[in-house]
Design a protein around this ligand. Structure first.
Ligand SMILES: Nc1ncnc2c1ncn2[C@@H]1O[C@H](COP(=O)(O)OP(=O)(O)OP(=O)(O)O)[C@@H](O)[C@H]1O
Length: 241
């Protein structure tokens, strides 16, 4: 098992946001975590990334408990998070953003990272010296993913990669996610767009009020009546005339 989260609780001060969350991720899988606003999806990713300190339970990565470790150390161990809302540095160029993503890596790895980023996303090469803040939303999402890949992670965590994107760009981003997995990167995908997420995911977990309430293969969750009515409703409702 690449990642094994056991009985994780997470807190913001006295407010408990995760309750007894257990999730397993095998090497090479895409795992989708779906749930409504405020369910605890980002909190789960942030707990793994080390940016939420007040946690209990276990987060085993390659059998080592990384819970409570420094975020930079967790990145160094091969886990990278691509945060919600992209959060590119708007006043840095595309290339400088990529360099920032590789700040823990050596010069050679950064050079190789540019090459990988530019071959995967040719538009970023065309815009290498443009301010990231002037890119379109979809291009910024590509940059955020490319920046996360600069350290060649083993596990990539994507928080709402399709947020605010047009249907066309959303499809493109999901194609990119599938390609990244084919290259051997394991992925945890947090999405409001449950249909898309479960379509690419090997397995999915459903989180509600900070607790995992269901888990199955992506295909089975897409067929599950309860899940459909709660999270995939718009797909099945007939159009109102
Ligand atoms: N910095 C914080 N301080 C206090 N409470 C927080 C903080 N961040 C999140 N929370 C609370 O923790 C709970 C889980 O939030 P979280 O952001 O993980 O949900 P989410 O599933 O990612 O939702 P969304 O899809 O809206 O981003 C919510 O009740 C939220 O209000």
């Amino acid at each position: 098992m690449l990642l094994q989260v056991n009985h994780l609780d997470a807190f913001y001060g006295r407010l408990q946001a995760l309750w007894d969350v257990s999730v397993e991720v095998e090497q090479g899988e895409i795992i989708a975590l779906i749930g409504s606003n405020g369910a605890g999806k980002s909190t789960f990713l942030k707990s793994i990334a080390g940016s939420i300190k007040h946690t209990s339970g276990e987060i085993l990565f390659n059998d080592r408990d990384i819970r409570g470790g420094k975020p930079s150390k967790i990145v160094g161990s091969g886990i990278v998070m691509c945060p919600e809302g992209r959060q590119v540095f708007p006043r840095l160029s595309v290339r400088e953003n990529l360099r920032a993503g590789g700040y823990l890596a050596g010069k050679e790895q950064v050079e190789a990272g540019y090459e990988r980023a530019y071959s995967r996303f040719p538009v970023l090469k065309e815009r290498a010296s443009q301010y990231a803040g002037t890119l379109s939303g979809g291009e910024q999402q590509m940059l955020a993913i490319a920046r996360a890949l600069m350290v060649a992670p083993t596990l990539l965590m994507l928080d709402e990669p399709s947020l605010g994107l047009s249907p066309l760009f959303t499809e493109k981003i999901f194609e990119i996610i599938a390609d990244i997995q084919k290259e051997g990167v394991t992925i945890i995908l947090v999405e409001q767009n449950a249909v898309m997420a479960l379509s690419v995911a090997h397995r999915g977990y459903v989180i509600q009020n900070g607790r995992i309430v269901s888990t199955d293969t992506g295909a089975n969750l897409l067929k599950n009546e309860d899940i459909i009515s709660q999270y995939l409703g718009s797909r099945t409702k007939p159009a109102v005339r």
